[in-house]
Design a protein around this ligand. Structure first.
Ligand SMILES: Cc1ncc(COP(=O)(O)O)c(C=O)c1O
Length: 379
């Protein structure tokens, strides 16, 4: 049973009461192996790397939220990205946007490059450039929207049109938006990936990844990779993300509301040179974001007027916002991307402005968040 509404599916999809006890929460099923009825006759499950009931509930729930036929859970966002990149053949090229997440760029250039995969960086906000500069051997376009940490918005439908004319797959990293705010498959993408560590889990207590896909051939291949390579989440991790997802809609509404207030305050503050937040009318991606997103998300970045030195000082002065990697949890976090999450991108085409401060706006009282940021900016 899962009625149609997003919030209803977040709570019920894949989650019937336990048939033996009636428990309304799917049990954390720790068994690694399942007794077989006879030689060669297995039940639904036989070995937990291939699948287990807790993981299946989580996979069914999140795939339903993305509007996908199939969902596959992985041990981390990077494991899910790696699995998707394993769809490629030696000699294939992947186009990534100029401010793709640093970890994606690195796994491509340091791991998959050794398997003969090429990578081309193109500014995907310029769809004409994509069509014009298309490398012939491209079989995949890797989109992030909004991007980490610059919050660039890419027109997913327009990119999909160009990519599909060339027979290439479109992958969208939907970590920042979540399926509550944006559903890439409905916009024409072929594959959605997530760092479930962020908003899906939502409580900074689990590392996870997810892939959602519609095409049965791609889904079969990814399920094969998931089982053969085995980068799967533990049943407890599956339970944690499944629990987090139940409140995704209400959390995202509040993340968006608090982020809007933070962006408005930053836009007026003299210590801030530029606010990067797709909800501001002067953001270059505002119109596209209005079209393809329900709301603008919980992330706000800004360029400190005093450059790198000022940025480092600001992130060191907040009290409520913890200075920490990661994002998407209930607690607010702040970071200096160039020296933290994106330090490995320095000197690469995906390098981040050293004056950039990234803020993951949590669910605390709005006024408390504004007061903490103001005192950090005032110095
Ligand atoms: C946009 C994005 N994609 C993927 C990842 C990688 O996910 P994980 O850290 O769960 O492996 C991250 C991590 O920060 C991210 O921000």
């Amino acid at each position: 049973m899962a009625a149609d509404g997003f919030e209803t599916r977040a709570i019920h999809a894949g989650q019937e009461p336990d048939p033996t006890t009636g428990a309304v929460v799917p049990p954390i099923n720790l068994a690694t192996t399942y007794a077989q009825t006879a030689v060669g006759e297995t039940r639904d499950y036989f070995y937990a790397r291939a699948g287990n009931p807790t993981r299946r509930a989580y996979e069914e729930c999140v795939s339903s939220l993305e509007g996908a036929r199939v969902g596959l859970a992985f041990a981390s966002g990077m494991a899910s990205e790696d699995a998707v990149l394993r769809l490629l053949e030696p000699g294939d090229n992947v186009i990534v946007s100029s401010d793709v997440y640093g970890g994606t760029f690195l796994v491509l250039t340091t791991v998959h490059a050794r398997a003969g995969i090429d990578c081309t960086v193109i500014d995907l906000t310029d769809v004409d450039a994509l069509a014009r500069d298309w490398p012939e051997n491209t079989t995949m376009v890797w989109v992030e929207s909004p991007t980490n940490p610059s919050l660039t918005v890419v027109d997913i439908a327009a990119i999909a049109e160009v990519a599909h004319e060339h027979g290439a797959l479109v992958v969208v990293d939907n970590t920042f938006a979540t399926p509550y705010l944006q559903r890439p498959l409905e916009l024409g993408a072929d594959i959605v990936v997530h760092s479930a560590t962020k908003y899906l889990g939502g409580h900074s207590d689990v590392i996870g990844g997810f892939v959602a896909v519609d095409d049965p051939t791609i889904a079969d291949r990814l399920a094969f990779i998931q089982n053969r390579v085995g980068a799967v989440p533990s049943p407890f991790d599956c339970y944690l993300v499944l629990r987090g997802v139940k409140t995704l809609a209400v959390r995202m509404d509040r993340h968006c509301e608090n982020a809007r207030a933070v962006a408005a305050m930053l836009a007026e503050h003299p210590a801030v040179a530029r606010v990067l937040y797709p909800g501001l009318p002067n953001h270059p991606g505002n119109a596209v974001a209005m079209r393809q997103m329900r709301d603008f998300g919980g992330m706000v970045s800004f360029i400190a007027a005093g450059g790198e030195t000022a940025a480092r000082e600001i992130v060191g002065r907040t009290r409520l916002f913890f200075l920490a990697e990661s994002l998407g949890g209930v607690e607010s976090l702040i970071g200096h991307s160039a020296s933290m999450s994106h330090s490995a991108s320095v000197g690469t085409p995906t390098a981040v402005d050293p004056g950039l401060v990234r803020v993951s706006v949590g669910l605390e009282t709005t006024e408390d968040l504004l007061a903490d940021l103001r005192q950090a900016l005032d110095g």
